[in-house]
Write a protein that binds this ligand. Structure first.
Ligand code: NAG
Ligand code: NAG
Ligand code: NAG
Ligand code: NAG
Ligand code: NAG
Ligand code: NAG
Ligand code: NAG
Length: 667
């Protein structure tokens, strides 16, 4: 009963005893359980997670000591010897880091006289043989101190009483596999294994990287170390010391095994060792490269973004001027047109007219429009043209193709008008692969166009001359009603030019002779309308160069037929059901309108009356003056290039005329 109580009390006392000393041999795989056994001072501390023993951090002129609480006593009958194995890691804290750490055997743990920096927190400047520090140190030195006779900034040394090493060597290990020494970088941050063995008077120091067996050859071996002499007795403290100066490193001990004899030394379990934050020396060694790389990437990304922005800006670039403000509501953004036409894609291409390419577009709310791109050199006259175009928007007639708005870009004008689902009339007349239109429909279209042209000539606020009446400019809506389009377009090409050159704009075969000398007038529109009547009825172009001489020119041929009293034979052979009276009336009206003498032509108001049968045609004959006579231009279209509008400085004009010549001379 009493013995139990005594045992209990003994256990309690021994547990409470703060200076409980773990006798060697011992091993620490991390120091989280070693707190009570170690005496720490300076910057030394055991890190909370994993238990790495940190001797120094990135504080200037710092010392850190970690010693066994109790000294180890050697009794008089046992030899003074020890074997130790520890794993340490030195991490750089900056581009040049120091100073290093040491394994220390010391007379006392009082280092109040010691200095940091190259003295490792154990020696001072006056430590030498005459004033000995009573210390044996194995230094892992990472800075070069020439006054201490250091051999390099990466060496291991045996120090006795002084920071001037008794023996030192560049850090390396002997690889038994390769049979040679391999350098070790102490300050790499990688864990390093160190073995220190002392027996008799021989002290061996061996290094190796982690996961490498202890090399058979030590790095340092000194045969003249008398430890009892150094520490002045058989009682000695074992531990570690580290120091920083103006250069710093994080210095850690991760595991420690210690024994009085080599045979009883326990091995360290590497897998249980704490990890320390590796400052990834790859990044450390190449911050400039990394910075450069990052800046390069940033530049590339920025460049790409700017490129995309510039591309889009350029893609959607428009020309907008002050005077256009009043037309604001009519202005379409290029971006919206670009999107509506799917980037002016081939699938949306409707056709090529004399003035540009036409595309189908779908604006928001699934509204279909036709977008015509008109190339245009220079800005001169543009203001007037846009003003006219916009003015034409006020023209309201059911047989006109409504203009919805416009957009301007550099060298380009875009006109947005209502989409005509059935395309232009010329396809139905000249393309024999398409079912031709019956007579009643052709007549209805002729009436539509006559009424529209009459409106332009008389009913609009000011006289509007179309200048380019032809089947190709007559559009068909969903119900096949004729709609006159493209009015005013030729205006774009005669701005500010000499009237004599101006005059020739139009399409060969439809151009009245006086255009050259007088310029466009309602009379020239009537002439073109006359040719239009003939082509609608006969289903052929005004000039077909492939046909025989007597048939080649529509006007003369129709007149010939009349002269031979078989006028109806001139009609389109594809017409089956028709009224001969109506066909004859329309053909005669065509010839009347295409009279060579301007004054002999009817006005559009009269034409509307004639075409509707409200008024009888005037009396005239195939041999009446001016009837069935060709315009000089139609006779020799090649000559047209000389007085052509190409003289008016625009390259588009010559392009246009070339096109017209090709058109006029038949396809
Ligand atoms: C470095 O160690 C000193 C002394 O232990 C401590 O006061 C300081 O806070 C530590 N610095 C850092 C950054 O941990
Ligand atoms: C000295 O220590 C050894 C082992 O530590 C022990 O075996 C021996 O008995 C001790 N001798 C004396 C005189 O205490
Ligand atoms: C040792 O240091 C003391 C004090 O600095 C000095 O007086 C002495 O000459 C030194 N001795 C040797 C051998 O360097
Ligand atoms: C250097 O350290 C020794 C003991 O190691 C001490 O006696 C001496 O006073 C110290 N010298 C200076 C200058 O601190
Ligand atoms: C130690 O390394 C340094 C450079 O790293 C070299 O200059 C020096 O010669 C080496 N010393 C020995 C003893 O190998
Ligand atoms: C020290 O190293 C030498 C050479 O390898 C070896 O012969 C000796 O036994 C070692 N001594 C100790 C105490 O490890
Ligand atoms: C070490 O030094 C002490 C005292 O100077 C001496 O008694 C002892 O014999 C020496 N030991 C060896 C192994 O030389």
């Amino acid at each position: 009963m009493t013995s139990r109580l005594v045992l209990r009390m003994f256990l309690m006392i021994s547990c409470l005893c703060p200076s409980f000393q773990q006798e060697p041999p011992f091993v620490y795989n991390g120091f989280d359980q070693a707190g009570n056994n170690l005496h720490l001072d300076g910057g030394a501390r055991i890190l909370p997670h994993g238990g790495a023993l940190q001797l120094t951090n990135d504080t200037l002129r710092q010392m850190g000591h970690a010693f066994l609480q109790q000294p180890i006593d050697y009794n008089s009958s046992e030899p003074v010897s020890f074997s130790t194995h520890f794993v340490c890691a030195l991490l750089p804290a900056g581009y040049a880091s120091g100073h290093g750490m040491a394994f220390v055997v010391s007379q006392s743990t009082d280092f109040s006289h010691a200095e940091p920096t190259r003295f490792f927190g154990i020696f001072n400047t006056s430590s030498n043989e005459s004033t000995p520090a009573r210390v044996l140190a194995i230094e892992l030195d990472t800075s070069l101190a020439p006054e201490l006779k250091d051999i390099s900034d990466n060496h291991v040394g045996i120090d006795v009483d002084s920071a001037v090493s008794k023996l030192s060597a560049n850090a390396s290990y002997f690889s038994d596999k390769e049979g040679r020494s391999i350098e070790i970088k102490l300050l790499s941050g990688d864990p390093i294994q160190v073995w220190v063995d002392y027996q008799g008077t021989t002290l061996n120091v061996t290094l190796a990287p982690l996961k490498t067996e202890k090399p058979s050859r030590p790095l340092l071996s000194s045969a003249s170390i008398n430890l009892t002499e150094i520490v002045q007795g058989r009682r000695m403290f074992f531990g570690f010391s580290g120091a920083t100066g103006s250069i710093m490193s994080y210095q850690y001990v991760l595991g420690w095994s210690f024994s009085k004899t080599m045979a009883t030394l326990q091995s360290i379990d590497i897998s249980k060792l704490p990890k320390v934050d590796h400052p990834s020396n790859k990044h450390e060694s190449s911050p400039l490269v990394l910075d450069a790389l990052l800046s390069l990437i940033a530049c590339l990304v920025l460049g790409l973004l700017v490129g995309v922005y510039m591309y889009r800006r350029n893609l959607y670039a428009e020309v907008r001027e002050e005077w256009e403000k009043e037309y604001g509501p009519l202005r379409y953004s290029y971006k919206s047109l670009y999107k509506a036409t799917k980037g002016f894609s081939k699938n949306e291409f409707l056709g090529r007219g004399g003035f540009g390419e036409v595309y189908r577009g779908t604006l928001s709310k699934s509204r279909e429009v036709a977008v015509k791109r008109v190339s245009h050199e220079g800005e001169e006259g543009m203001k007037q043209f846009v003003a006219e175009i916009v003015c034409m928007r006020s023209l309201k007639h059911r047989s006109l193709v409504p203009l919805l708005g416009y957009c301007r870009r550099k060298r380009e004008l875009l006109l947005v008008s209502e989409y005509m689902p059935n395309g232009s009339l010329d396809h139905y007349l000249f393309d024999h692969s398409i079912t031709s239109l019956p007579w009643w429909r052709r007549l209805a279209i002729v009436k539509d166009i006559a009424s529209a042209l009459s409106y332009l000539h008389t009913e609009a606020d000011q006289v509007v001359i179309h200048r380019d009446i032809k089947a190709a400019n007559v559009m068909l809506d969903a119900e096949f009603n004729g709609r006159l389009g493209d009015f005013g377009m030729s205006r774009l090409y005669d701005r500010g030019a000499d009237p004599t050159t101006t005059a020739a704009v139009g399409t060969v075969g439809y151009m009245a002779p006086e255009l050259i000398t007088m310029g466009p007038s309602t009379g020239t529109d009537v002439y073109a309308f006359g040719v239009f009547l003939l082509e609608v009825t006969c289903g052929r172009r005004p000039v077909e160069s492939t046909l025989s001489a007597e048939k080649r020119f529509l006007v003369t041929w129709v007149c010939d037929c009349w002269r031979r009293s078989c006028l109806v034979d001139a009609k389109d052979p594809r017409l089956i059901e028709f009224s001969s009276g109506e066909v004859e009336r329309v053909l005669k009206l065509g010839l009347l309108c295409a009279n060579l003498v301007p004054d002999a032509r009817p006005t559009m108001e009269q034409v509307v009356q004639y075409v509707n049968g409200n008024m009888a045609l005037p009396e005239f004959w195939p041999h009446s003056p001016g009837i069935g006579v060709l315009t000089p231009m139609a006779l020799s279209p090649a000559r047209l290039t000389i007085p052509s509008p190409s003289l008016s400085s625009s390259s588009n004009n010559s392009m246009f005329v070339t096109h017209s010549v090709v058109y006029g001379s038949g396809r």
